[in-house]
Design a protein around this ligand. Structure first.
Ligand code: IFM
Length: 443
């Protein structure tokens, strides 16, 4: 099982990598980490499938060296990882030296293997002490985030190829405060409107602080999901447009055009924080690169029975991943070209996550994940087409290096290029890992 494209089909400086995130792999119970809102969310009945938690996860805290050896064996150029705020600052404010020491060792280990480190500062593990103060509803969290960002970068920034502030603001704000699916599990439009803005203030404050400290190559990672109208009736088309607005347009428009989409502001009327307009100029300061996470599309129907945005996702006809997500590589090509055309121009774009869950089985020590090989193949072709069409795409990271903690879905969905046996912590590279190795020239 191989990909149809190889490294030589992409530009010479194109980066191939794999990505992970701290809470999903490290083991939050190790190394003096404080409680995060994911620990408390997972400890509450009904929030996470099987009541799974990130306490041990893939035990990457102790096994990082072996995991990075796998990255090198796969022939990857770069490793995207995140630091845990709750590990670095257990109470959200004061530093845990053990936590910083861990990331110092990790940074060295990445570089020693010839990998470029792509750091993400916030991949959702908000210290519970800050959640107590209102979390992302509280504007002050943005300033605390800037302090944390400076602390991490002061210690490991010298070895980082690039730094992203926030992973997937839509998940931090909408999925977590409107749909209630992720921590803190709220379903409240006012909380959502505030989180949708404060997360960008956090990005801005951190970027300003890191630029002042001389850190280079700063970006942010947004997730995009193609919003497909469930039918060609006018109401469904308008509903899909609203879905596109809060999901795909809100953050990128603020970051590149210093404004929020009018149609979504109307929905948030009365709930945005006072004076939010005064932040937009700073929010729109240039970034050095944009990270794009892409997985699927949604089919959106008008739902007259529900409050704004009066829409609901309905099942679509395309083949699906193990999580029931439609496989739609055209959407990745669509976003890469649309972003460059409408928003980011020549600013480099990096596909920072792309991958699929599948109920893999291990037989005779092998995982033949041919469905995942086909998924990656189709999406790499979409990236290749986008580059040919002029989009400045500079890299592609598969999600994920390891099977890991898939948030509210617990450990059931497997996204890894490498299978993890959670009883023994044995790692087994899958056929998709081998397909990458062959395509990009690992050992
Ligand atoms: O596992 C997540 C990751 O943490 C953020 N992006 C999407 C992935 C798959 O759901």
């Amino acid at each position: 099982m191989t990909f149809s494209l190889r490294r030589s089909d992409f530009p010479d400086d194109f980066i191939f990598g794999a990505a992970t995130a701290a809470y999903q792999i490290e083991g939050a119970s190790f190394g003096g980490a404080g409680p995060s809102h994911w620990d408390t969310f997972a400890a509450t009945p009904g929030n996470v499938r099987n009541a799974d938690t990130g306490a041990v996860a893939c035990d990457h805290y102790h096994r990082y060296a072996d995991d990075l050896d796998l990255m090198r064996a796969g022939g990857f150029d770069a490793y995207r990882f995140s630091t845990s705020w709750a590990r670095v600052m257990p109470d959200g404010v004061s530093v845990n030296p053990e936590g910083l020491d861990f990331y110092d060792r990790l940074a060295d280990a990445i570089v020693e293997r010839g990998l470029k480190p792509y750091l993400t500062l916030y991949h959702w593990d908000l210290p519970a002490a800050l959640a107590d103060l209102g979390g992302w509803r509280n504007r002050d969290t943005a300033s605390r985030f800037a302090d944390y960002a400076q602390t991490v970068v002061a210690r490991i920034g010298d070895r980082m190829e690039s730094v992203a502030t926030i992973n997937e603001p839509w998940c931090v704000a909408w999925l977590s405060h409107f749909l209630g699916i992720h921590a803190p599990g709220m379903r409240d439009i006012r909380a959502t409107a505030r989180a949708m803005h404060h997360i960008l203030v956090a990005h801005t404050r951190a970027t300003e602080a890191l630029r002042a400290a001389g850190q280079k190559n700063l970006g942010i990672v947004l997730n995009f999901e193609h919003a497909n109208p469930a039918s060609d009736i006018e109401e469904d088309i308008a509903a899909a447009r609203r879905q596109d607005g809060h999901y795909n347009r809100w953050f990128i428009q603020a970051l590149t055009q210093k404004s929020y989409p009018e149609d979504i502001l109307e929905g948030f009327a009365g709930h945005m924080p006072d004076g939010y307009e005064n932040d937009l100029d700073a929010i729109g300061a240039p970034i050095d690169w944009l990270g794009v996470n892409y997985y699927t599309r949604s089919n959106i129907a008008h739902d007259p029975a529900s409050a704004w945005p009066s829409l609901k996702p309905v099942p679509g006809p395309l083949p699906k991943t193990g999580l029931g997500w439609e496989i739609y590589p055209e959407g990745l090509h669509g976003f890469l070209t649309r972003l460059a055309r409408d928003y980011t121009g020549e600013t480099p774009i990096i596909v920072t996550e792309n991958g699929m869950a599948w109920p893999d089985t291990i037989e005779n020590g092998r995982v033949d994940d041919s469905e995942r090989v086909a998924y990656f193949d189709a999406h790499l072709q979409a990236v290749h087409r986008a580059i040919a069409d002029g989009a400045p795409v500079k890299g592609y990271f598969g999600w994920s290096l390891l099977d890991n903690y898939e948030w509210a879905e617990g450990y059931a969905p497997r996204f890894g290029l490498v299978h993890v046996d959670y009883e023994t912590q044995l790692r087994t590279p899958k056929a998709s890992f081998e397909a990458f190795r062959q395509a990009i020239g690992g050992n």
